[in-house]
Write a protein that binds this ligand. Sequence first.
Ligand code: 3PG
Length: 212
Amino acid sequence: MSIPMHALLPSSPIVPVVTLTDATHATALADALTAGGISIIEITLRTPEGLKAIAALRDRTDVVVGAGTVRNAADVTAVAEAGARFLVAPGLSREIVEAAQSAALPVIPGIATGSDLLEAIALGLTHVKLFPAGALGGLDAVRALSAPFPEISFMPSGGVTAENAPHYMRHEAVFAVSGSWMVPPDAVEARDWRRIERLSRAAAEAVVGDGA
Ligand code: 3PG
């Protein structure tokens, strides 16, 4: 069994979801996030540059780099080879979970229903991504799904904002929040690393400052 995802989380339990169209931006982006107090990054496979960006950051010791939008076992193999230290999937797939477990990579699959959670538990998981959290009802969805599954920890993602992140974190079943609000695509495109640093700092302070 792999290292649990929560063991990889640094002091701020915020996982930025990053989609890059140019992997040469990876280092500057990681610098901006870490300067803002965030030291974990999920880089999605939504662009061909995603794998390259993960590989570009594989030797960084100041940031934990994982892969997002992992959709099959071949993706698991590819991100493991690129140096990803965890992976996130948009849904629950036995193929992905078993491939990640074989590769000793922490895996956080997306779940949206009680049925998904029954399957996640059968696969030996305790940490899942609640996705798309906002569309599912936000904090009400966390409350509803955690009642019958008190052993499960959730990472809400999808529609998480600077404003609602602290509310999610106050729920005892939430171990982290994830989202793209501190890495707006237009800021990445414009290489506005100062803006990303500011947004990251505000996110980290909002969550930690909230006592979460
Ligand atoms: C995603 O799948 O893109 C993540 O859940 C982040 O969603 P967000 O862009 O709404 O923060």
